[in-house]
Every structure is written in structure tokens, then in C-alpha cells.
Design a protein around this ligand. Structure first.
Ligand SMILES: [Zn+2]
Length: 163
């Protein structure tokens, strides 16, 4: 194709425009590594015992703040027997993603409990509570069954609840 051929210039022009557009696209900043964002909130903690009110059991472990489903914590105490506390925490999205979720002090009338045992005991207390709604009962019986609690601990907790 000759240099005087209008098609040559048409093709050449098209090529220049194509390269310019490609260059511009390449100059766009690539996906930047996002820095972990700081997450501040409040964690509700309570002690687990046969005497712990239902409302406290249900709110235990909830997190409040702009990053969470529930923005504002409940007014404490929930009720006269409430022993809940709100604890400020700072975390970041990276730790959160890795499962490093802040935990409060964990006191129970069965001593110090491992994670799985704690969850089982909390679910059992909710299940044993006379005011628990059937819907909540279903939810927590699933939790109690699917957890990682130790069999020996389950028996101990059940005996404690019956006693
Ligand atoms: Zn409470």
C-alpha cells in the first residue's frame, strides 16, 4: 500500500488512535493493595451462669458500631440481674478476615471454657431458659449440636443445668 493511498492514512490513523487508547488504559492505576481499614466498636460481654437473664445471653458476644449490623448497643443494665459490660475494641479488616475477632472476658459458673465449650454452654443455657421463643430454640439447638464441644463437657454442663 502506497503512502499516498487514503486507505493507508485511514489505517494509520486508526492504529494511532488504538495505541493512544491502549496507552491511556495502561496508565490507569492498577488495583491497589487496599490497606486494612480500622474497625472500632463495642463488644458486649456477660458471664455465663444458670442465673444469667435470657436477654443478656442473647446479646452476649454482639458487636456494635458503624461496621456492624447493630450500630448502637443496648442501654445497660438490661434488667436488674444483668451483669453485662460493653468493652471498646479496635481491630482491622485484615485481622477480622483472618478470624482474629476480639473476645471479651469469659466468666462462667463452670470455670474457664474453651471456645467450643463456651458456645455449647451458652446455647444450652438459652435452650434451658423457660422464656426462650421456639424460633430461637431451633436456632440454638442447631448451634449446640453442630459445635465442637467436648462430649465430657456436654455431660457436665447438662448435669449442672439439671442440678
Ligand atoms: Zn445484660
Amino acid at each position: 500500500m502506497e503512502i499516498y493511498n487514503p486507505y493507508f492514512w485511514l489505517l494509520f490513523g486508526g492504529f494511532v488512535v488504538f495505541m493512544a487508547l491502549r496507552g491511556r488504559r495502561n496508565r490507569k492505576p492498577g488495583p491497589q493493595r487496599s490497606r486494612p481499614s480500622t474497625m472500632r466498636g463495642q463488644l458486649l460481654t456477660t458471664s455465663l451462669a444458670k442465673t444469667t437473664p435470657l436477654v443478656c445471653l442473647l446479646d452476649e458476644g454482639k458487636k456494635y458500631g458503624p461496621f456492624f449490623l447493630e450500630k448502637t448497643p443496648p442501654t445497660l443494665p438490661h434488667c436488674p440481674d444483668c451483669s453485662c459490660h460493653l468493652q471498646d475494641f479496635v481491630s482491622d479488616s485484615q485481622s477480622w478476615f483472618e478470624g482474629k475477632v476480639p473476645q471479651g472476658k469469659r466468666q462462667t459458673d463452670l470455670g474457664d471454657l474453651a471456645d467450643g465449650d463456651w458456645r455449647y454452654y451458652k446455647a444450652s443455657l438459652i435452650l434451658a431458659h423457660p422464656e426462650t421463643d421456639p424460633e430461637i430454640r431451633d436456632q440454638f439447638s442447631l448451634l449446640a449440636e453442630s459445635g465442637t464441644a467436648d462430649e465430657a463437657f456436654k455431660n457436665r454442663a447438662q448435669a449442672h443445668l439439671r442440678g
